[in-house]
Ligand binder design. Structure first.
Ligand code: GDP
Ligand code: MG
Length: 438
């Protein structure tokens, strides 16, 4: 939906203040759609508008692409710039890490994930301690998690207050030579003073090197209040965004960063203990704009290809029509442009596609064989790959000098791409509807 607006700019040639305003209106809608908090959106849009209007874009071949780039760069900047920010563990051991956030945000799970990562990758001796005296099963939950993560957890003593447990955790940490003590606090369903007092007291007792605010990526506009309250009460030093594996477009990441000023250090992408990743501003920027980096993809394609072919392909992507002829056309483009992972990396939903393909990196020789396979197909087969059953596969394999297994792999890959294109088309329809309404 954004690329439509930017294409419009490109055709007009010159970039006026009105053009920028129009494009920024779309950016604003995309951001609100991605659940970025309203005040954060306003601030971002104003800043970028100034930057874009003052920018030297008149000489550029495509002013639309220049604006798209300014928006994308500004968003990456606002998300913390390129490169992940590591946990700060520079303190005298045992280094306390305090986990805060609302109930259900993923604090306990994330505590386990971080413990596992520090133990495995950095060979740290980690102690997990649950300060959650709210829910009876919470301390047990963390103990079980610790066991799965292969780290120690603080023995449970009934009747202690959270501050007393924190004291004990630090004592055990010192006495038994732990490098890291992760303090998992209780959450509430919403912010209240009792919770803030508790977190403040724990912080005063332990002086954590990191106070990590754990936030569900699905959190919408109220993310602002959560972030403000925790930041004012305890001073957040880093943010962890959980449930990035879901449908959320990640707008909360931008809100969190804008409100706390603290970097997003990690993201959670599943319930399993290894589903913890570094935060990549570029990817989330694309997600927030709702396009992946489709604008960049089209731009890059246009450099290599004649304009028409790339436009047709982009249109088909947006419409969710994508057959094996298109796949073959894409292979030609990829061969011209170089690395496939570079191209694939620009499309949203690539995580899923990569899963479907398995771990191995695609190389272009595979693509060349895919091209051969496709050219051994009939027109009907290319248009409607679902008709390719066993006997057709045998014929195609013989014709292209490949195997049925290879044809199966190609079809699987095509299916993954086609379903990704469908996701595009959904976004497109939504965008269109909104344009019709506004
Ligand atoms: P807490 O109340 O903040 O301690 O939240 P929990 O750690 O107990 O997590 C609540 C639920 O969210 C659990 O079912 C977790 O398995 C789930 N969860 C946590 N992090 C993630 C994540 O990154 N992705 C997904 N899909 N689920 C998560
Ligand atoms: Mg918990």
């Amino acid at each position: 939906k954004l690329s439509g607006v930017f294409d419009g700019l490109a055709k007009r040639g010159a970039l006026s203040e009105a053009d920028v305003t129009e494009a920024m209106r779309e950016v604003r809608l995309a951001m609100l759609d991605a659940d970025v908090a309203l005040p954060v959106v306003k601030d971002f849009v104003n800043k970028v508008r100034e930057r874009a209007v003052g920018h030297e874009v008149l000489d550029s071949i495509s002013p639309g692409q220049a604006v798209a780039k300014i928006v994308n760069d500004a968003l990456i900047d606002a998300l913390g710039g390129a490169g992940a920010v590591p946990l700060n563990l520079n303190a005298v051991p045992p280094v306390p890490i305090l986990m805060v956030g609302l109930q259900g945000s993923g604090k306990t799970t994330t505590s386990g994930k971080i413990a596992r990562r520090l133990a495995q990758r950095e060979r740290k001796k980690v102690l997990l301690a649950s300060l959650d005296t709210q829910r009876p099963a919470a301390q047990l939950q963390l103990a079980q998690l610790a066991e799965r993560a292969g780290v120690a957890s603080l023995p449970i003593i009934a009747g202690q207050t959270p501050v007393e447990i924190a004291q004990r955790a630090m004592e055990v940490g010192r006495r038994e030579g732990y490098d890291i003590v992760i303090l998992d606090t209780a959450g509430r369903l919403s912010i209240d003073e009792a919770l803030m007092d508790e977190v403040r007291a724990i912080r005063a007792e332990t002086s954590p090197a990191e106070t990590l605010l754990v936030v569900d990526a699905m959190t919408g506009q109220d993310a602002v209040n959560t972030a403000k309250a925790f930041n004012e009460a305890v001073g957040v030093t880093g943010v962890v965004m959980t449930r990035m594996d879901g449908d959320a477009r990640g707008g909360a990441a931008l809100s969190m960063r804008a409100i706390t000023g603290a970097p997003i250090k990690l993201t959670g992408s599943g319930e399993k203990l290894d589903a913890l990743e570094e935060f990549h501003p570029e990817r989330v920027a694309g997600r927030i704009l709702g396009l992946g980096d489709i604008a960049g993809l089209v731009e890059k394609a246009a450099d290599t290809l004649d304009h028409e072919e790339s436009e047709k392909l982009a249109l088909k992507m947006m419409q969710g029509k994508f057959d094996l002829d298109d796949y073959a056309a894409q292979i030609r483009q990829i061969n011209k442009m170089g690395s496939i992972s570079g191209i694939l990396g620009m499309l949203p939903g690539m995580g899923k596609l990569k899963d479907a393909l398995g771990d191995k990196e695609l190389d272009t020789s595979v693509l060349t064989r895919h091209q051969a396979i496709i050219s051994s197909m009939t027109r009907a087969e290319r248009r409607q790959p679902s008709i390719i059953k066993a006997s057709r596969k045998k014929r195609i394999a013989a014709g292209s000098g490949t195997t049925v297994q290879e044809i199966n792999r190609l079809l699987k890959q095509y299916d993954a791409m086609a379903s990704m294109m469908k996701r595009f088309s959904k976004l497109g329809v939504k965008g269109l509807m909104r344009q019709g309404l506004s």
